[in-house]
Design a protein around this ligand. Structure first.
Ligand code: ATP
Length: 862
């Protein structure tokens, strides 16, 4: 199995856009989104096999991403490279390149012919085709008259496009000319995003057939086999937002088809990235593109995807979409095998050689033949004796290892039980963790995991070691069975004299062994694609998936790392939590203080209301008294008093409303220059002038000569009285002074309240700020919590998977045991047959020895 290789390429910016300063940063094989001051935005960072920045050349992309695929294609492996991305992100630039920077297709073609020249022991036949999928119809780009071609599938050819022209080519130049011809017929169009936008998906295909040159070789197993590989180089049309491309009419129709087929491609990738177990039906048939690319997506092909992205801020959403597509594609695995076809000629040749060998045996003198036969039989006998001893030893060892395995399986069973307990506990704890502190594992679970890992380690050192030097390994190990099979196949050659019983052949049979060995298993997809072909694993890749102890160790290591990471996160969360609690307690304290203050403040307005009412009463008394001094109602003094009265009424009503509003909690805070204060000042001034006027009017003449008007003195800020009827005047003066004092008190209260309200307001603001900070922190913490619970789920899933794998492993072991039993039976039978054969040989030799040379042929009856 082999993962798809996925790379991302960022093209240089093409427009001077209006930006907020967000930008994509490329570091090694990672691409991440950053804020203007360089802070990375969390959750928008992706890693791939390669990430190419805007300065990267096509040659470098080819070297790192496609060169291996091309080499493998020449060796007989299917290969596919395709470019995926938003419109105008640089797909065509990457695949086709430009004059001074040739693209992947040109570089690949050149490389193929260079590789062919180096493979001197093989001869090649190369065929080239070039097609496009335009509005969900397949057109031949090398023969424009071939339109609306159909996709078919047959046992012989696998999935193929019927009626597509294939040109046989011998060199790079021929291919380049064909590509140029195809480019002329390709659909391009102008959009707002790209002056030359590809309106179709194009597939440039090379079929590489090769055969060994040495046809006289006696190794008739492979020399005549023909290798056929398909290389697809695909330039997809770009996904586009109709609003951005400004597409209408034909372009709109094209855009819809493009988006639809890319959506199907995305669905296929999604399904494939789910992993083989959950994957279910893969909707390859939903579009022509996915149907044609089927072998490249989860099938028999080495595949690489280059995802191109635009760096501009306006394309951030599209770029994120492409990166998510790439991330999913990274999870896909393909099963790559070389495609070989055993031709009729090769089979014929094999049979001819066998007949030739038999004929040779019949030729020559009979005596010589007999001598040779005796020698051969002796050698074989010795060989069988040796083999016999070795097998007896192996059987003994096998019995021992069998016992050992029994023990291991029991232990494994116990561990699986432990694991299931662990997983169910983890599930419970996770629920409780989500309610409390975000801890992904309890201490107990962690310890269980440690114990489990430790015991697996011990297993790997002790128990599993018996498999390592053992010829009967589990199907995960390949080396020994191959040598074993090779040894067996020697014996099966001279069929007429073979001592091996028929039913033993079932056990040592190569096919059966291959079936037992996962690494050599034939892939069903490839059977459909290449009938009557022998499939061999790609040599550089270990095809056995992880049921070995190393696999479990690796998995445990990963789990442990995740666990440590989760614990770190949990610690951090706990720290944050403690800080939050501290902040919370502080806040609570401040809030209670503020509540106390606000209670006090709330008491002020009613008190003020009362004061205002008192003042109003006093004022009314004073005014009526003043008015009583004025004889003429039309005099200026009377007018002054009445206007004063108006202002006072107005002032008192304003004050009443103001304080009653305060009382209701909807106060509008007054400043130094509030209208109330202004009115108050005016009133005071008017009262003073009225008093002065009255004094000046009353003092010399009036009917109220006995009255002395209070005079404002700068000394004591009060009023002075003199003259007759002093006691009454004194009383009046006292009252006026009392009013003045009350006014001053009120004024002070008023100012004090204003200050209190101001500070209250400030505190409110700071509380609001703190609240919003707390809210942000809370959201951040909630996000973190949900992330770590997701991780926990992942870890639990992985553990489930592991336990499933373990149970699979146990099943496999059981199967292996059954095989061993069968083998032991077969071995016993074989031993018996060997003994018989041994006896026969001995008697034959004895018999031959007793014969005199003259009577040999007669006695033997030849
Ligand atoms: N790596 C690069 N270096 C320089 N120029 C580039 C690069 N990638 C793309 N461009 C330029 O950007 C423009 C758009 O590129 P291109 O046509 O390859 O995009 P596309 O993804 O194929 O678009 P569409 O899907 O619409 O066909 C072209 O002018 C191309 O020359």
């Amino acid at each position: 199995m082999e993962k798809i290789c996925v790379a991302v390429r960022v093209r240089p910016p093409v427009s001077q856009e209006v930006s907020n300063g967000l930008y994509w940063k490329v570091e090694d094989n990672r691409i991440s989104l950053h804020k203007p001051l360089g802070t990375p935005i969390s959750g928008v960072s992706y890693a791939f096999d390669h990430v190419f920045d805007q300065n990267c050349t096509n040659a470098k992309v080819y070297e790192l991403l496609t060169k291996d695929i091309i080499r493998a294609a020449v060796e007989g492996f299917n290969g596919t490279a395709f470019a995926y991305g938003q419109t105008s992100s640089g797909k065509t630039f990457t695949m086709n390149g430009r004059e001074n920077d040739p693209g992947i297709i040109h570089l690949a073609v050149k490389d193929i012919f260079q590789n062919i020249q180096m493979a001197i022991d093989r001869e090649f036949l190369i065929r080239v085709s070039y097609m496009e999928i335009y509005n969900e119809e397949i057109n031949d780009l090398l023969a424009p008259e071939n339109q609306k071609l159909q996709v078919h599938e047959s046992l012989e050819r696998g999935i193929f496009v019927a009626g597509l022209r294939e040109e046989i080519v011998n060199n790079t130049e021929q291919v380049i000319k064909l590509i140029e011809l195809g480019e002329v017929n390709r659909h391009f169009g102008q959009t707002n995003m790209n002056a030359r936008s590809s309106r179709s998906h194009t597939i440039f295909r090379m079929v590489i057939e090769s055969k060994g040159k040495d046809t006289t070789s006696s190794d008739y197993s492979n020399s005549d086999a023909v290798r056929v590989s398909f290389l697809n180089l695909v330039d997809l049309a770009g996904s586009e937002r109709i609003a951005k491309t400004g597409a209408g009419g034909v372009r709109l129709k094209e855009g819809k088809h493009i988006n639809k087929s890319l959506m199907v491609l995305g669905n296929v990738i999604n399904k494939l990235s789910d992993g083989s177990k959950q994957r279910g039906h893969i909707p390859y048939r939903d579009s022509k593109l996915t149907r044609i690319l089927q072998p490249a997506l989860g099938g028999n092909a080495k595949t690489s995807i280059i995802c191109t992205v635009a760096p501009e801020e306006i394309h951030i959403e599209e770029t994120k979409g492409t990166l998510q597509f790439a991330s999913r594609a990274k999870r896909i695995t393909n099963c790559v095998q070389v495609n070989e076809i055993l031709t009729d000629a090769a089979l014929l040749k094999r049979q001819k050689l066998e007949i030739e060998e038999l004929r040779k045996k019949l030729q020559g003198s009979r005596a010589e033949v007999l001598e040779q036969e005796i020698l051969k039989l002796r050698n074989e006998m010795l060989k069988y004796e040796l083999e016999h001893e070795k097998l007896a030893m192996e059987l003994e060892e096998e019995r021992k290892s069998h016992k050992e395995r029994d023990r291991c399986i029991k232990e494994q069973q116990m561990k699986i039980d432990n694991l299931s307990n662990l997983v169910s506990c983890s599930e419970q704890d996770r629920n409780s963790v989500q309610n409390s502190n975000g801890h992904p594992f309890s201490q107990r679970q962690y310890q269980s995991l440690e114990i489990w890992e430790q015991s697996l380690k011990e297993d790997s050192n002790d128990n599993y070691s018996i498999f390592q030097g053992d010829a009967f390994r589990t199907p995960c190990f390949k080396a020994a069975p191959n040598t074993f099979v090779a040894k067996r196949s020697d014996y099966s050659m001279p069929l007429d004299t073979s001592p091996i019983p028929d039913d033993f052949g079932n056990v040592a049979d190569e096919d059966l062994w291959l079936r037992l060995n996962k690494g050599q298993a034939t892939d069903l997809d490839s059977l459909q694609m290449t009938p009557a072909r022998e499939n061999h694993s790609f040599p550089s890749i270990d095809a056995s998936p992880g049921y070995s102890i190393d696999y479990y160790k690796e998995e445990i290591q990963k789990l442990k790392q995740q666990l440590e990471h989760a614990i770190k996160e949990k610690d951090e969360l706990e720290r944050n939590n403690a800080e939050q609690l501290f902040l919370n307690s502080q806040l609570l304290q401040e809030i209670s203080e503020l509540q106390h203050e606000s209670l006090l403040i709330r008491e002020i307005p009613p008190r003020l209301c009362e004061s205002v009412a008192n003042c109003k009463d006093i004022y009314k008394d004073v005014l009526s008294m003043m008015q009583s001094f004025v004889a003429d109602e039309k005099s200026s003094t009377a007018k002054l008093l009445s206007s004063t009265s108006d202002i006072a009424v107005c002032l008192f009503s304003t004050l009443e409303t103001h304080f009653s509003m305060d009382k209701d909690g909807c106060s509008v805070l007054s400043g130094e220059n509030s209208p109330i204060q202004e009115q108050w000042k005016v009133l005071v001034e008017k009262l003073k002038s009225a008093a002065t006027t009255l004094a000046s009017l009353q003092a010399p003449t009036s009917e109220h000569q006995h009255l002395m008007v209070p005079v404002h003195t700068s000394k004591n800020e009060g009023f002075d009285f003199g003259g007759a009827n002093a006691s009454w005047m004194e009383k009046l003066g006292h009252e006026l002074n009392a009013i003045k004092e009350k006014y001053q008190i009120l004024d002070k209260d008023f100012n004090h309240n204003n200050k209190l309200l101001e500070s209250f307001k400030e505190k409110c603001h700071s509380l609001e700020r703190e609240c919003s900070i707390l809210k942000e922190e809370k959201t951040f913490l909630v996000q973190k919590l949900s992330k770590s619970s997701q991780k926990l789920e992942l870890v639990t899933d992985q553990r489930d998977k592991l336990s499933k794998d373990l149970s699979l492993e146990v099943q496999k072991r059981k199967e292996l045991e059954r095989e061993i039993t069968r083998f032991s039976l077969a071995f016993a039978r074989r031993q018996k047959a060997l003994m018989t054969f041994h006896g026969e040989c001995k008697s034959k030799i004895e018999f031959l020895r007793t014969l005199s040379p003259g009577s040999k042929s007669k006695t033997l009856g030849y």
